[in-house]
Design a protein around this ligand. Structure first.
Ligand code: BGC
Length: 924
């Protein structure tokens, strides 16, 4: 057997986990996926060899299982062992593959990937849930609570491994011997806490001191989402419980196989910490004078004597065990982490005399200060905002969220460093008050060199990049990426700055297909979809507007009312994840959620009985630019039409899902329902000649993309009508959340891609580029969150960081740069750029489940108006194991072709379409 020179299997991973090493999982038959590097052009896997070990193979452990399988499959390959993964069981796997018939020449072995079972049964948690023993006032934010426990390892044995299983009702950060455990932010993350509570599993072997050293585990716990304030208009505290609690179990395994377990119980002690309050909306206040040196032990293992004045450590109270209705679940994806730091761009002195630091990018995270010197007791405060208005911090859109962090100095001569642990803010600007006077003679107070912004979000792998010859469009794409980063923080949220930051289902339903092209967010969204289902189970099958449902006490949103588009997330999001991965198990896991939603939709009781009950309130095409600032649902498109269009779409997708899952009866039933609903849609909303009752971009856009026309003639007429509407609107946007993802695609399908380009290039308000020309570095909630005169939109709901309108990035990838998947999971792709507008080049790269796919095109040669003949260069990268159909654009004469893995370049004569620039129509 020979090796294929330099070819190797890479990126071996389990399930949808990002890291090759997953500690703690509840998936008992985790599947494997891998990619290739260095394989020759045309490489298609013919078979693979897989080895399983119960110890790292480098340690010389024997292989416990070996498979040689003839198969092309390199993604989501079935679990190789006959037995499912057990609690605490760890396995190590490596893979190599071959592409020739006989398997004679194989790739190099992959690196090792490993996975370890979590605590799969509740009885394995021997630790007790604990809380502080003191009264916990219900109506005001409280200091963080510190919990600690000293212990020694068995002096007669040596420690082989140590795992910390830990979770909190609240948010926590653990330390062992004064060293932080892990790099999580806001662990354990946000779930529907009364149904699902996530725990983390950490390898803490390196943290432990050998006996006779003293070990201390200390855990800080703050309110977080569990009992801190959530919701607008003042919101509500204590949504899932009235005080934070902690559950931790440190398991130490010795060389001889024996174990010691240090679990939370009444022998742990509790005290209040120096973080005097930690709130998600209002920020964190830290008084360094209250810090308790040594509370979590010492790095050298010496016994710590806690200061006298901290003798108020009391024994923790043991709480009742979690009810069985709360599932304790291991992590489903990477956690929130500190992903990047951003240096200040500029220091601004405002006309009112305030010091404001501009970070040049609207981002999500917090401010870190380093080596700040000042007198003890001096309080420095940081107020965060996304924009300036009249040269001062624009705080109004934050509503009832102070976004104020405060640090009170201890007075250390060497300076003090600090960062908040239990809050986050959406900001570009920070107003700094109380910064210490300069210490040096040069008058420099060191502000800009002592602070930096820390960007936090769920640690997703970036997979999609786009660029083109129009820097504004490239920036638009980057803004979409930044808005996704800012709003994928534990759950997919609407905004990161004001008193919401909630898991609005409609926003994600509209953005999910785009999200999966930018970041690998599958694991994270799968976890959140379980929460969607958990909420549905409480509400008769209806997904609430926000998940987790944090607005149960709100007078207007309190009752869970079915709302189209938002609740359609139960169907649209799993379908988007299936498209991104080809993973049928996603559909299987979510099928009940899909069906429960579909059957709970209130239908019309008289005629058109497959469509929505007309009297039902709908959010419609939310934030259509013609809706008044204070009534975002009152757009130009009939809200029930929008609801019904999505109903047909959801029914079709549920029928398709049932067919994929071999639920034949359901497939027939939902197919028939979809057809009936579609026919009724035609009767209700489309004239015999193809006009629609709402003469709007969204109505036509949805009907074209969802293919809702009874006849081709009606569709053709509607296509022309849509083009006419957009031209008459001078290529300005006329869509809200529901129509925006589809409008450009509809124009392309309608045979009017140049009109889509005219919309993309447009800079007048409302358009995608208008915010970019106003200096936006993220996607705004409203088309005009900032008005052309620089003032903030008067609507009280105005964020500068919402991803929904950024769903257009999908069109940039799939049509402008021309790369799309044609089978769920990218096993086959199509490269079919639509060349138009003012662009002379565009490129997209996606890290697919098979590796990098790319499409780039550029025009060369001199142009003389519309008749210019020029050269078109196309470069295509097809990943190993994938085939691509190349469809050459209109304007070239090449026949389409199918190519295999590798890099392909094509050059050809090309004449630009003659219909650019498109003319706007003058309104009457
Ligand atoms: C949120 C939206 C959400 C909407 C629906 C807003 O406050 O920010 O993104 O979908 O409400 O009511």
């Amino acid at each position: 057997m020979s090796a294929i020179p330099s070819a190797r299997v890479v990126d071996l991973r389990f399930e949808h986990y990002a890291s090759p090493h997953q500690l703690g999982t509840h998936v008992q038959r985790p599947r494997l996926s891998w990619k290739f590097a260095g394989t020759p052009d045309g490489f298609v896997q013919h078979g693979y060899e897989l080895e399983v070990y119960d110890q790292p193979p480098a340690a010389g452990a024997p292989c416990i299982h070996r498979d040689e399988v003839i198969s092309e499959q390199s993604t989501l390959v079935p679990w190789p062992l006959s037995q499912p993964l057990q609690s605490r069981q760890r396995v190590f796997v490596r893979v190599r593959a071959w592409g020739d018939q006989g398997g004679q020449s194989r790739t190099a072995w992959s690196n090792i990937a490993s996975i370890e079972g979590g605590l799969l049964q509740r009885k394995l948690w021997t630790a007790h849930r604990i809380s502080s023993p003191w009264e916990y006032p219900k109506d005001s934010p409280q200091p963080e609570e510190l919990f600690r426990k000293e212990f020694r390892t068995d002096a007669a044995k040596s420690v082989a491994s140590a795992r910390l299983y830990i979770t909190a009702q609240g948010v926590y950060q653990a330390e062992i011997n004064a060293t932080t455990v892990g790099d999580h932010v806001l662990a354990p993350g946000w779930t529907v806490y009364d149904r699902r509570l996530r725990y983390q599993c950490f390898d803490v072997l390196e943290h432990l001191h050998k006996s006779p050293g003293t070990n201390v585990i200390g855990v800080r716990v703050a309110e977080g989402w569990f009992c801190g304030r959530l919701g607008w208009g003042g919101g509500f505290r204590n949504l899932w419980g009235e005080r934070p609690a902690l559950l931790a179990q440190l398991e130490i395994t010795y060389d001889d196989g024996t174990t010691d377990t240090i679990g939370t119980d009444s022998s742990w002690t509790a005290s209040r910490g120096p973080t005097v309050s930690a709130e998600l909306y209002d920020g964190e206040k830290y008084d360094a004078r209250l810090a308790i040196p040594g509370w979590s032990g010492s790095p050298d293992g010496k016994a710590v004597v806690l200061p006298q004045d901290s003798s108020n450590w009391e024994n923790a109270a043991v709480c009742k065990p979690f009810p069985d209705s709360v599932l304790l679940i291991a992590e489903e994806a990477e956690p929130v982490r500190r992903i990047a730091t951003v240096r200040p761009l500029e220091r601004i002195l405002t006309s009112s005399g305030k010091t404001v630091v501009d970070f040049g990018q609207n981002l999500v995270g917090y401010i870190r200060i380093k080596k700040v010197r000042g007198r003890g007791g001096l309080k420095i405060s940081f107020t965060h905002a996304e924009v300036l208005e009249d040269g001062e911090l624009g705080h109004r859109p934050l509503r009832v969220a102070a976004n104020l962090d405060e640090y009170t100095l201890r007075g250390d001569v060497d300076g003090e460093s600090w960062e908040p642990k239990f809050t986050f803010h959406g900001f570009r600007y920070v107003q700094v008050d109380g910064w210490p006077e300069p210490v040096e003679d040069d008058g420099n107070d060191g502000l800009l060199s002592s602070i930096e912004a820390v960007v936090c979000h769920t640690d997703l792998r970036r997979i999609g990049n786009f660029g083109c010859s129009d820097p504004l469009l490239s920036r638009l794409h980057e803004n979409v990426v930044w808005s996704m980063r800012g709003n994928f923080l534990s759950i997919p949220t609407d905004c990161p700055q004001r008193d919401e930051r909630l898991g609005w289902t409609g926003d994600l339903a509209m953005f999910a297909p785009t999200a999966t092209l930018l970041y690998d967010c599958v694991g994270m969204l799968l976890g959140w979809l379980k929460d969607v289902f958990a909420e549905q189970c409480k509400h008769g099958g209806v997904p609430p507007l926000v998940v987790p449902n944090a607005v149960t006490n709100d007078p207007m949103f309190g009752h869970v009312l079915p709302a189209a588009v938002w609740a359609d997330v139960a169907v649209l999001a799993p379908w988007a994840l299936y498209q991104a991965t080809g993973d049928v198990e996603i559909l299987r896991d979510q099928y009940q959620s899909m069906v429960d939603w579909i059957v709970s939709i209130p239908r019309n009781s008289s005629r058109n009985c497959h469509l929505w009950d007309l009297s039902h309130p709908q959010l419609g095409d939310w934030l259509d630019p013609t809706a008044p600032p204070d009534n975002p649902a009152a757009g130009q498109t009939d809200a029930v039409l929008v609801a019904d269009a999505f109903l047909v779409r959801s029914l079709e997708l549920v029928a398709a899902t049932a067919a994929i899952l071999n639920h034949e009866d359901d497939a027939l039933k939902y197919k028939a329902e979809a057809a009936a609903a579609k026919a009724e849609f035609g009767l209700e909303y489309i004239s015999p000649t193809g006009r629609m009752v709402s003469d709007s971009q969204t109505a036509y856009g949805l009907a074209i993309v969802f293919d809702l026309f009874p006849s081709p003639e009606q569709k053709a007429r509607a296509s022309e009508r849509l083009a006419w509407i957009v031209r008459r609107n001078a290529f300005k946007i006329g869509t809200g959340f529901a129509g925006t993802p589809f409008i450009c695609e509809a124009l392309a399908l309608a045979g009017h891609p140049q009109i889509a380009y005219a919309m993309l290039h447009n800079k007048s308000c409302p358009s995608w580029l208008y915010p970019v020309t106003m200096g936006a570095t993220t996607v705004w909630e409203r088309w005009d969150s900032m008005l052309p005169d620089g003032s903030i939109n008067p609507g009280e709901m105005t964020s500068f960081n919402h991803y929904a309108l950024g769903a257009v990035a999908k069109f940039l990838h799939e049509r402008v740069a021309g790369l799309q998947s044609t089978t769920p999971g990218w096993k086959t792709i199509r490269v079919a750029p639509v060349i138009g507008g003012e662009l002379t080049e565009a490129r997209v790269e996606i890290e697919t489940p098979f590796g990098k796919a790319a499409s780039a095109w550029s025009l060369a040669g001199t142009e003389t108006g519309n008749d210019a003949a020029t050269m078109l260069l196309m470069e295509v990268v097809v990943p190993p194991n994938v085939s691509a159909e190349i469809v050459f654009p209109e304007g070239s004469v090449k026949e389409s072709t199918v190519v295999g893995p590798g890099k392909h370049t094509f050059s050809m004569a090309f004449s630009r379409r003659k219909d650019w620039p498109v003319e706007a129509l003058r309104p009457f």
